[in-house]
Design a protein around this ligand. Structure first.
Ligand code: HSE
Length: 298
């Protein structure tokens, strides 16, 4: 018996919501297939589409979460795991989260769905810790739930699914690599009260804009005062590319997760294509090739 599941790539943080906001990029992701074995081993047999991903069961996020769930449920079935990576590693598009989520959804389906999404999310968090040393939930949750999500609490997991914005999103991946752990280590732990107030005001207005589908307010409240300024130095020409997107009419622009990918919001599909091409051209001006995806929140 074999079961496959797809889990989408994700854009975490969405500028103002470090570690708590994220959305699914529905048209790109990873596929994980589990094939029942005759012995009780859990092993990765194949990873296609990416190299440099650990194959060892305890070090690979997808196999580690499968093993943990099997151990916790006292399941002695062995599985051969096949991973088709649609997401480049170190791209800031939630690659490790998508592999863990797809593996867990496949295992849950194999077992006839005994676990809720919240329970699966707890296991996927364990996978994030293995992949990048930190249990952030803002990739796994949108990958699992779809759409745009807000994490009210990650211990225990409590998810707020936000209304679908009637706009398009662009995620552009410059061919660079940023390690999430390094991008987290680049952040200061302390925050001034003044910045905290500015960021809270934007986050609250951003969420309010989503409920009202108010694009003016969304644009006004999309500036990240806390994390983006500290990470900008990790991506060459970040501000130039951001400016080119804003000049082309983007509503919001910032890093996708810890970068190097960027996201932008656009009013409609035509604008999204224009913004994406201008961002791509700007990267190219600096000698950096890139790929982009355009999708909506439906
Ligand atoms: N919130 C996490 C970070 C997402 O920015 O470090 C990583 O994809």
């Amino acid at each position: 018996k074999s079961v496959s599941a797809f889990a989408p790539a994700t854009c975490a943080n969405v500028a103002v919501g470090f570690d708590i906001l994220g959305f699914a990029i529905h048209n790109v992701g990873d596929i994980v297939t589990l094939k029942k074995r005759d012995d009780n081993q859990i092993i990765i047999v194949e990873i296609s589409g990416e190299s440099n991903i650990p194959l060892e069961t305890s070090k690979n996020a997808a196999s580690a979460v499968v093993k943990k769930l099997c151990d916790d449920l006292s399941i002695s079935t062995g599985f051969s795991i096949y991973i088709q990576k649609g997401i480049a590693i170190g791209s800031g598009m939630g690659g490790s989260a998508a592999s863990s989520v797809a593996a867990l959804v496949a295992l849950n389906a194999f077992l006839e769905n005994p676990l809720s999404k919240n329970e699966l999310a707890e296991y996927a968090l364990f996978g994030e810790e293995i992949a990048c040393g930190h249990k952030h939930a803002d990739n796994i949750v949108p990958s699992l739930f779809g759409g745009m999500t807000l994490i009210q609490s990650s211990n225990p997991i409590n998810v707020v699914t936000l209304p679908s914005l009637e706009i398009y999103n662009i995620v552009i991946h410059p061919h660079l690599r940023v390690n999430t752990k390094d991008a987290r280590d680049a952040l200061q732990n302390d925050l001034s009260l003044k910045l905290h107030v500015k960021q809270c005001a934007n986050l609250a207005s951003f969420i309010s804009a989503i409920y009202k589908n108010d694009l003016e307010l969304l644009k006004k409240s999309s500036e990240d005062y806390v994390v983006e300024p500290q990470r900008a130095k990790l991506i060459p020409n970040f501000y130039e590319v951001k400016q080119s997107a804003m000049d082309s009419g983007a509503i919001s622009v910032s890093f996708s997760g810890s970068g190097p990918s960027l996201f932008a919001f656009a009013e409609n599909e035509f604008m999204a294509n224009k913004i994406a091409k201008n961002m791509q051209d700007k990267f190219k001006e600096y000698g950096i090739e890139s790929d982009f995806w355009i999708s909506n929140f439906k």
